[in-house]
Design a protein around this ligand. Structure first.
Ligand SMILES: [Fe+2]
Length: 137
């Protein structure tokens, strides 16, 4: 069974954001699999770095969209992004100190966080983007 299953109700209805989320789900699964398969710490670190970089790029894309439409909830939404970045950094530091088991904890944190953030926060943003009349990509 796949660790993090993409389901249709995770779609927010914005092509760009949905595409990013799908890629994030794939990367979380990759991290989980690397940890489960007992890959070396350096391989896990590479996978985690890939996921972390993509997460940051995705947040930047969402934040640019928010700025573009003068989104009223931009501060709260950005704060949620920043909190996740801070949490992942803590786990990434633990990993670099040789604590290999944090890789699966990171995958679990990201699965939980993404599920909730997409449903509650990103769906609201996608609706606002639609209302602002931005063309879907
Ligand atoms: Fe978001």
């Amino acid at each position: 069974m796949v660790f993090f299953q993409w389901t249709d109700d995770m779609r927010v209805g914005n092509g760009l954001i949905d595409q990013d989320h799908l890629e994030l789900v794939t990367l979380v699964n990759e991290l989980y699999e690397a940890a489960r398969a007992g890959k070396s710490e350096s391989q896990i670190a590479i996978t985690l770095q890939k996921l972390f970089t993509y997460t940051q790029e995705h947040f930047q894309r969402e934040e640019l969209l928010m700025e573009h439409i003068h989104y009223s909830e931009i501060a709260e939404h950005k704060e949620q992004h920043q909190k996740l970045i801070d949490q992942v950094l803590v786990l990434q530091n633990a990993l670099s100190r040789g604590r290999g088991e944090v890789a699966s904890s990171t995958a679990e944190l990201l699965r939980y966080w993404l599920l909730h953030h997409i449903q509650r926060t990103d769906k609201k943003l996608a609706t606002a983007i639609q209302l602002a009349g931005l063309p879907d990509l």
